[in-house]
Design a protein around this ligand. Structure first.
Ligand code: GLA
Length: 756
């Protein structure tokens, strides 16, 4: 059992793979205090760690004394009783008082992990995976019960947390803030890592030295958003990809969130994460319980790489429910960048027919198949097929696609409504709005009030009907705008602060229903690209479209950034046309394939207009995907050439769990001059020292000449190279020569297989 309780010492010790987390119930006062988090320790009585921070200070006035609450490391700090640092809980009484003081009351330790009502969370896959500690605390004045849930995944360096707040008083109280977790450290020798960006530039790692003060990552947009991802890590200042300590938090939630790292005036650090308190308030009636979402805490003693691999293992094993657990997901082709809204039945079939000849397995019809939607301005909310555009409807189209030997998938954006739609004309009050205030339009659309059961059920019923009437095996669930003027016509004044959270709960409910009603449906999420790329969404959908920027070179950065905490198998990525529609960049088709194969892999271009030589490359890519994707899906990711730090190259590799095979991808993002050009030797990672590996270049980019892939000379020229047979120790310590490739954006893939 990874959770020990030393009753005499009042100490709880949570041991994961090579980390310990220690909680102390302090003295007669019974504060739930934080004592230690870091590399494993063996002692169970570490009361000496309380140290001077807990001492009562005599006052200059005789007979008076006080404890400096602002110095005590708390497990779940509250507002109002002397702790002025970033707090987790703030409660307002009906009389308008704001103070809360939690003390330990009881606890339970048990195997397994409870589900969180209405919320996604990690789960125990097999008995014995994890153990849970429930610490029950109480504020006696408010008669408020607060249960801190800790689950230890013993085979991973993972502890998850969540919080239940129960009102046991006879009056309602208002929760103004209920974050999910807090960790205290006794020093400030940290850098803080967060993921930032914008639309088409998601998940860029930002590393900031910690000082006294706060570093904040947050969203108030109603979704987790493209500017900040619900991830925050503190790492030792000298930590690298492979060395140093990292303590990371990732919130299993898809709405407004807050993450703060605070260097405070007692020279310590506090990190917290949870639902953003901005525009949040929750009325808790007597007997009601509020559940704060799960925060995942990962510890690494070997840098960011190990942190990422731990997140990947946790999410692949205990969060994502894949409808293709044992096989690779189908290679898809999406018509969006091929046709935008300008498709006809015949054009779609033409694309699908060519795609199927190349081995592509799933055809996805994107935006524009429903209502009166021929451009962005109309039709959202009218989830019935436009038969003028698609005679015979989705049923006929999916049948035709199936006849080509392909699966069929469909795009929806169920949370939205166009002002120019039947739905809006019938139910104008269903859109989120503040009466009397201008309602902002984004992309010509409003957000539906999914906190209302009748609204989400109405939409779901329409979509259910489409899905039941045809063989739809994949859904792309999109969400293309943020919440503004957030208020609900169905909530009373003192519950308006609940809207954003209720909205997210509504989204989770419908995604859950979709999964239950159509268990073999592959759900891919999207939000104007990667604006809702978070673990909450991953619970329902094993893959998420990472960005509307499909440019291979940009995309590598987005994928490597997302890989900080999300597995490659979750990162939606497609090969698109050149010049790229977002950047105008021209890259070789193979390189676009390499970038997309570091994700879920698919195409988003008009394959019917491609040359035979290009289609041959596509066939080859599909083959490579089927042959090697199992390594990407299950293996351990090692980032080698950091595309953020290097102007000229990117490199990553994925190693199978048994370390017998690996796939290395190398991209020359900027060609260099000189005798050896961009040739460079890179040290590989994650292999077995003693094993001898056969290293074979399985694909090399073609040179791009005049905007076209010059297939004759360049294509896969490196495949004829000498195959190298050398030990893991040489590949990891001495390195592997990445030979000089032609110009910018050339790349290659190398397969390694242990032969001895
Ligand atoms: C969003 C998505 C795109 C595409 C369009 C359709 O922008 O991110 O992939 O589906 O919507 O309108």
């Amino acid at each position: 059992m990874g959770i020990l309780y030393n009753e005499q010492a009042g100490i709880f010790k949570l041991d994961a793979l090579d980390t310990s987390y220690v909680i102390g119930i302090f003295d007669d006062e019974r504060f739930v205090s934080h004592l230690y988090y870091g590399k494993k320790i063996i002692d169970s009585d570490v009361r000496y760690l309380y140290g001077p921070l807990y001492q009562v200070r005599p006052s200059v006035l005789p007979g008076q004394a006080g404890r400096i609450m602002d110095a005590v490391p708390f497990e779940y700090p509250t507002f109002g009783c002397g702790d002025y640092r970033e707090h987790c809980l703030e409660v307002e009484t009906v009389d308008g008082y704001h103070a809360c003081d939690l003390r330990y009351e009881a606890h339970k330790i048990y195997p397994g992990k409870p589900a969180l009502e209405g919320l996604p969370s990690t789960f125990e896959r097999e008995a014995g995976d994890c153990n849970t500690l429930e610490l029950v605390c109480r504020d006696k004045v408010l008669n408020l019960g607060v249960t801190l849930l800790y689950t230890v995944f013993e085979q991973l360096n993972v502890i998850t947390r969540a919080v239940l707040v129960t009102n046991e008083e006879s009056n309602a109280v208002y929760i103004k803030r209920a974050l999910s977790g807090c960790v205290e450290f006794d020093h400030q020798n940290f850098d803080v890592l967060t993921l930032h960006g914008s639309w088409e530039r998601e998940c860029g790692p930002v590393r900031t030295p910690l000082r006294q003060g706060k570093i904040v990552t947050e969203s108030t947009r109603g979704e987790s958003g493209p500017t900040d991802n619900p991830f925050l890590a503190v790492l030792s200042c000298d930590a690298t990809e492979d060395t140093g300590e990292v303590f990371a938090m990732n919130l299993v939630y898809s709405g407004n969130f807050l993450g703060v790292a605070q260097g405070h005036h007692f020279r310590g650090t506090r990190i917290v994460m949870g639902i953003n308190p901005v525009n949040f308030s929750w009325k808790l009636e007597p007997g009601d319980t509020f559940t704060a979402p799960e925060v995942v805490m990962v510890y690494s003693d070997r840098g960011l790489g190990k942190m990422s691999r731990t997140f990947h293992d946790l999410y692949r094993g205990h969060l994502i429910r894949d409808v293709y657990p044992d096989t690779s997901r189908p290679v898809l082709i999406n018509n969006w960048e091929a046709t935008y809204f300008g498709f006809t039945f015949d054009r779609l079939i033409e694309i699908a027919a060519e795609a199927s000849k190349c081995g592509i397995e799933l055809f996805v019809l994107d935006d524009g198949w429903f209502g009166d939607r021929n451009d962005e301005t109309k039709g959202l909310g009218d989830w019935f097929v436009n038969e003028e555009k698609l005679p015979g409807g989705i049923a006929r189209l999916s049948k035709e696609i199936n006849k080509l030997g392909m699966k069929f998938g469909l795009w929806i954006e169920p949370e939205m409504v166009s002002p120019d739609s039947k739905l809006f004309r019938e139910h104008p009050d269903w859109a989120i709005q503040i009466p009397g205030r201008h309602r902002s339009l984004f992309r010509h659309q409003y957000v539906l009030d999914w906190s209302r059961r009748e609204v989400r059920s109405h939409i779901y019923d329409m979509i259910h009907q489409v899905l039941s009437g045809a063989n739809v095996e994949y859904i792309k669930w999109d969400m293309n705008r943020t919440l503004t003027e957030a208020a609900s016509a169905a909530l009373p004044a003192d519950r308006q602060g609940e809207l954003c959270h209720r909205y997210v709960l509504g989204v989770y409910e419908i995604m859950g229903r979709l999964r239950e009603d159509f268990p073999s449906l592959l759900l891919e999420n999207c939000s104007a690209g990667g604006s809702r790329f978070d673990p909450g969404v991953l619970y329902y959908s094993p893959q998420i479209w990472a960005s509307d920027d499909s440019d291979a070179i940009e995309r590598i950065q987005i994928e490597m950034g997302a890989s900080m905490c999300y597995p490659l198998s979750a990162i939606g990525a497609h090969v698109s046309a050149v010049p790229n529609h977002q950047t105008g960049r021209i890259t070789p088709l193979e390189t676009r394939g390499y970038a997309a194969m570091a994700g879920t892999f698919g195409y988003e271009l008009n394959i019917a207009q491609m040359s035979e030589a290009e289609k041959a490359v596509i066939r080859e890519q599909v083959d490579i995907y089927h042959k090697y994707n199992w390594i990407v899906k299950e293996g351990d990711l090692y980032r080698i050439g950091d595309p953020f730090a290097n102007r000229d190259h990117a490199c990553w590799m994925v190693v199978s769990r048994d370390k017998k095979e690996a796939l290395v991808t190398y991209i020359q993002t900027h060609a260099l001059p000189g005798y050896f050009g961009s040739a460079r030797k890179l040290r590989l990672k994650g292999l077995m020292d003693e094993a001898v590996y056969r290293a074979e270049v399985i694909s090399v980019s073609s040179e791009v000449v005049n905007g076209d892939a010059h297939l004759e000379g360049g294509q896969n020229a490196g495949k004829g190279r000498e195959v190298l047979e050398v030990s893991g120790s040489a590949l990891m310590n001495a390195g592997y020569w990445m030979e000089r490739l032609g110009g910018d954006y050339m790349g290659m893939m190398i397969h390694l297989k242990a032969i001895v």
